[in-house]
Design a protein around this ligand. Structure first.
Ligand code: C2E
Ligand code: MG
Ligand code: MG
Ligand code: MG
Length: 279
């Protein structure tokens, strides 16, 4: 009986990938229930300084589906973005992060904000409300907005980002290099940091254009007082090259994988005992 239901859920989810509108509705309903059934989990991936010490943690949501196991956000966030369901998921993530941050003393938490959330004033109201209810300070959080969302932003969306920044949140431009944000436009954006997409970091070893791009961005970062984060560091060599290019923060499997809060607390305890994750 439960096996049959399970198989049914699986089929439905896969059918959704074919983008049928009715199937998508079914997944949306399942995901909405998942929020209330506590099937979402927040993993954390370390963001390190040049010496390997942990500076911050990026919150990355997962769906622990009773049948399919762990489902990646790359699969279900796009489904949620088709409706205001993304607001519900976004609020769950922020609330969870506000509760978890006490486990990571002195560290910031980075949270991904969908471009769809930014299309509604609710995003600002939600952030204020959750902060107030949890007693946290906005400056403890970084809100990540992808470059693609920033370059396509309407004046209203830009105003909301500005407003979140004025509330005290740090703003990061995520997946930089995948869109086409001009350096002039970059100057006008209300941001504190830029996260270079991992496609550039992975090419650092054998692509001179990628090296020049990352170095140029690092220099712009110094001039404009922006932190430059290298994403997707998978090897010691990439870590070395990203440092040499002038990046100041580092994230990727080589530094640490996304992991549940409890596992990460262990890593942080180790670090506080002066052991470094990486030299
Ligand atoms: P992102 O914000 O760019 O997050 C980085 C993604 O790269 C994560 O995938 C992370 O696990 C992965 N990653 C980190 N280091 C490495 C590495 O060294 N190599 C490789 N190959 N990958 C690495 P994940 O967790 O599957 O998340 C995918 C995307 O889903 C995120 O990309 C983000 O855009 C979105 N996402 C995740 N959580 C949330 C959320 O709470 N809200 C929203 N709106 N989007 C989210
Ligand atoms: Mg991100
Ligand atoms: Mg990214
Ligand atoms: Mg991404």
């Amino acid at each position: 009986e439960s096996k049959a239901t399970g198989r049914n859920r699986l089929t439905v989810f896969e059918a959704e990938m074919l983008a049928g509108k009715r199937q998508r509705r079914l997944i949306e309903r399942e995901l909405r229930a998942a929020v209330y059934l506590n099937e979402l989990e927040l993993y954390y991936q370390p963001v390190a300084n040049a010496d390997g010490s942990i500076f911050a943690l990026e919150a990355l949501v997962r769906w622990r589906h009773p049948v399919r196991g762990i489902i990646s956000p790359a699969e279900f966030i796009p489904v949620a973005e088709h409706s205001t369901l993304i607001d519900l998921v976004g609020e769950w993530v922020f609330k969870r992060a506000c509760a978890d941050i006490t486990q990571f003393p002195g560290k910031r938490i980075s949270i991904n904000v969908s471009g769809e959330q930014l299309k509604r004033d609710e995003v600002v109201l939600m952030a204020q409300r959750v902060l107030l209810e949890s007693g946290r300070m906005a400056s403890q959080f970084v809100l990540e907005i992808t470059e693609t969302v920033a370059t396509a932003a309407t004046p209203e969306v830009l105003a909301r980002i500005q407003c979140l920044k004025e509330l005290g949140f740090r703003i990061a431009l995520d997946d930089f290099g995948t869109g086409h944000c001009g350096f002039n436009y970059l100057k006008t954006l209300p941001i504190n940091s830029i996260k270079i997409d991992r496609s550039y970091i992975n090419r650092l070893a054998n692509d001179e254009v990628a090296q020049v791009f990352v170095s140029a961005l690092a220099q712009i970062g110094r001039i404009q007082d922006l932190t430059i984060v290298a994403e997707g560091i998978e090897t010691a060599e990439e870590f070395k090259l990203a440092r040499a290019a002038g990046c100041t923060r580092f994230q990727g499997y080589f530094i640490g994988r996304p992991m549940p809060r409890k596992e990460l607390s262990g890593v942080l305890d180790l670090q506080n005992g002066s052991t470094r994750l990486t030299a």
